[in-house]
Design a protein around this ligand. Sequence first.
Ligand code: COA
Length: 477
Amino acid sequence: MCVSRCSAGPGPRAHSELHGPSMGRRWFEVGAPRGAGWQGGLMSKAGPGAASTSAAAESWAGCHRLQDSLFSSDSGFNNYRGILNWCVVMLILSNARLFLENLIKYGILVDPIQVVSLFLKDPYSWPALCLVIVANVFAVAAFQVEKRLAVGALTEQAGLLLHVLNLATILCFPAAVALLLESITPVGSVLALMVYTILFLKLFSYRDVNLWCRERRARAKAKAAGWALASLPPSLPPADLYYFLFAPTLCYELNFPRSPRIRKRFLLRRLLEMLFLTQLQVGLIQQWMVPTIQNSMKPFKDMDYSRIIERLLKLAVPNHLIWLIFFYWFFHSCMNAVAELMQFGDREFYRDWWNSESVTYFWQNWNIPVHKWCLRHFYKPMLRRGSSKWVARTGVFFASAFFHEYLVSIPLHMFRLWAFTGMMAQIPLAWIVSRFFQGNYGNAAVWLTLIIGQPVAVLMYVHDYYVLHYEAPVVGA
Ligand SMILES: CC(C)(COP(=O)(O)OP(=O)(O)OC[C@H]1O[C@@H](n2cnc3c(N)ncnc32)[C@H](O)[C@@H]1OP(=O)(O)O)[C@@H](O)C(=O)NCCC(=O)NCCS
C-alpha cells in the first residue's frame, strides 16, 4: 500500500523511485505542513475536539515511512550550514595549534622597528619617496603634450612620439635608479616601481581617451554635427588629470561617476580596517612566513625533494592566508577609503572570483581595475585591429607577465623569470582547467593553483636571493 505523505519546506524530499514503476501513485505531495500525513488530514477533518482520537491514530500508524537517508543524493537534502561551521571551527582549532607551536618554537618575532628598516637604510635618506615625488614630472609632461594636441599645436605623430618617450622613461627611469642606487631598499623599490607602473597605465589610458575624443571631434566636425562637440570638454583642466591620478581606477574618463557625499562612518571603518590589517599582515609575515622560509633553505641546498615539498606545503598556509588578507585590505579597505574620500562612485574593485570555476573567470574578476584596463586599452584594440582572441589574450598575459617580473626582479636585483613564467603559465593552465575540470572541481582546481602556485614562486625567489647574497662563493670553483 502506498501511504500519501505530505512534506513542505526545505526538508528531505522523498523520491518516487523508491516505489518502483508498479507503485503508480507518488507519495510525495507538496503543500501541506511537514508531518501532516494522512493522519494530519484526519485530525484536521475531525477538528480540535478529536485530539485524543488523532493521537491514537498516530500511534497506530507507526513511526516508519519510506524515505532516503540525508546523504543520499536522491534525498534532495542540501543544507550543510552546520558542516561549514564545523570546518570553520576545525580551521580555527588547527591554526590555534599552529600558532601555539610557532610561539613555543620561535618566541615572539614581531618587530615593528625591523619593519621600518625594510623601507629605509638611512633615516636621513628617503630615495623611494623622492622617486615618487619625481613621478609628477611625467604626469605634467603628459598633460602638456595633451594640451598642445588639443589646440592643434602638435601633430598627432609628434604627440605620439612624445607620449611614447614619456611612457618609456616612466618605466626605465625608476628601474635605473633602483638598480644603481645603493641606499634604496628592495621594499622601497617595489613601492616606487608600483607607483610608476600605475602611473604608466594611467597615462596610457589618459592618452588613449584624449585621442578617442579628438577623433570623435574630427568626425563630428566632418559631419558638422554639433551634438558630439557638446559632449567633449573645451580644454583639459590639470585638476582633472590629478583627480584621475589619485582615483582608484586605471581607466581615464572625462566624467567619472561621483558619490553624493562622504560617509564618515563608512570611511572610518575602512581606515580602521586598513590600520589593523596592515599590522596583522606584517605580524603574520614576521612570525609565520619568515621562519618557514628560512627553514626551507637547507632542503633546497641539499636537493631533498620530499623535504622541499613538505616545506612548500607548510609555507602554502601562511602565504595563502596573508594573500587573502591582502586582497581584502587592498581591494576593499584601501580602495574604498580612497574612493570615499574622493567621492569616486564606481566601487566595483573586485567581483566574486572566489566562485571561479575556471582560471579565465578568476582573471576576469579578481582585479577589476587591471582587467578593465587590459580590456579597454589592450585586448579590444588588438581585436579591432584584426588579431585573433588567442593572440590578444596571449598579448595581455605577456604584458602582465612583464610587469610582474619588473616589480620583482628589479628590486631584488636578479632576473630569474619566475613571476614571468607564472603569469604566462596561466594560458595553458586556463585551458587544462576548463578542459578537465568543471563545476566544483573547477573551483577546487583554481583554489589549488592559487594556494600552491604562489609559494612555489616565493620559494624560488627567496632561494635564489639567498644563494646570491648570503652563500659564500666557493673559492677556486
Ligand atoms: C586577457 C583578458 C583581458 C581576457 O578577458 P576576457 O573577459 O576573458 O575576454 P573575452 O574574450 O571574454 O571578451 C571580453 C570583452 O571583449 C569583447 N569582445 C570580444 N570579441 C570582440 C571583438 N572582436 N571586438 C571587440 N570586442 C570584442 C566582448 O564582448 C567582451 O566585452 P565586455 O567585457 O564588454 O562584455 C583577461 O583574461 C585579463 O584581464 N587578463 C589579465 C589579467 C591580469 O593580468 N591581471 C593582473 C592582476 S594582478
